[in-house]
Design a protein around this ligand. Structure first.
Ligand SMILES: NC(=O)c1ccc[n+]([C@@H]2O[C@H](COP(=O)([O-])OP(=O)(O)OC[C@H]3O[C@@H](n4cnc5c(N)ncnc54)[C@H](O)[C@@H]3O)[C@@H](O)[C@H]2O)c1
Length: 293
């Protein structure tokens, strides 16, 4: 019993949630964006507005598309406003307790046939699904950052996910103009299972004094042809998210090779979370980013 998706709820209006709301609205869905406060929702909507304006200036969408998409975007200050949606994509912080609490508050509000998805980077879909009243209509829809630009979406089925849910999610991703890669439900799935240990190793390389922030990033840009260095990328992802993913890998796969670098822990403890707090491996408060080590 899976409904046609017309209305989409997005929980969390941070960098990923706002990006997801953006692409859904452009693709023609009515979107309801929720976060902890009106201010956070407003800041998510403001960044969507700015990013759509950039797409117009680059000729990727027309001004009419932008204005129609903005009309389809609604702030949802409380979860009751999601009562009528066909799909909810949870994209709050990468913390299992927070996500479970959201599902426990959300499920009684949703119509029974609504699908529930999480944009988690690493947490078990099966475990999250089991904490809801609809594991058969629960799925991982894992977008990449920045959502409007990155083409890939990982689809991850939990053990109970029904075929109809999977097919509906696949159709939804296609309508967003994105490409699906199917991953099994193992810690951090595919992209982050490969990417995050590399970033963590780059942080160890810094921690052990093998190279400075700048030399490590230059080495990987010019030596491995990566579009940005691993420390720059870590700042872009968010150091709290990087640490959470490494912890999920370390605990979930019980292998010391995934031990989060103590320097990553220190940056997170300092609240230096990367671009979103304007300081991480680089300091973004001035005109040009300056390495912090
Ligand atoms: N950053 C990335 O590159 C990336 C890529 C793919 C997936 N993800 C995943 O997307 C999710 C969000 O990451 P992000 O980078 O957008 O983080 P973020 O810190 O930018 O945003 C998280 C948002 O969740 C909100 N939030 C926290 N608790 C909430 C609650 N109870 N109800 C509603 N909103 C709540 C916060 O206020 C914040 O606005 C995480 O699960 C992360 O692992 C991140």
């Amino acid at each position: 019993m899976v409904v046609e998706i017309k209305k989409v709820g997005v929980i969390g209006s941070g960098q990923m949630g706002s990006g997801i709301a953006h692409v859904c609205a452009v693709a023609g869905y009515q979107v309801y964006l929720n976060d902890l406060s009106r201010d956070r929702i407003e800041s998510g909507l403001a960044s969507i507005n700015g990013n759509m304006a950039r797409q117009v200036s680059k000729g990727q969408i027309s001004e009419e598309d932008r204005s129609a998409a903005l009309d389809r975007l609604h702030g949802a200050e409380n979860l009751d406003m999601l009562a009528d949606v066909d799909l909810v994509i949870e994209s709050a912080v990468e913390n299992e307790q927070v996500k479970r609490k959201i599902f426990s508050q959300l499920c009684p509000v949703l119509k029974p046939e609504a699908m529930l998805a999480t944009n988690t980077s690493s947490i078990s879909i099966t475990r999250l699904a089991a904490s809801t009243d609809r594991p058969e209509r629960f799925i991982g829809i894992h977008f990449m950052n920045p959502v409007p630009i990155m083409e890939l979406v990982e689809l991850v089925r939990g053990i109970a996910t029904e075929d109809e849910t999977f097919e509906a999610a696949k159709g939804f991703v296609a309508r967003l103009g994105k490409t699906t890669a199917v991953a099994e439900d193992f810690p951090a799935f595919m992209v982050n299972r490969i990417l995050l240990p590399m970033i963590n190793e780059a942080i160890y390389t810094l921690y052990e004094g093998v190279g400075s922030v700048e030399s490590i990033d230059t080495a990987m840009r010019l030596g491995a042809n990566h579009p940005m260095g691993p420390l720059q990328l870590a700042d872009f992802i968010g150091l709290d998210t990087c640490l959470s993913i490494m912890q999920v890998l370390y605990e979930g796969l019980a292998d010391s090779k995934y031990r989060p670098c103590p320097l990553l822990v220190k940056y997170v403890e300092a609240g230096w979370l990367g671009r979103k707090t304007r300081r991480g491996f680089y300091d973004y408060r001035g005109e040009t980013p300056v390495p912090t080590r």
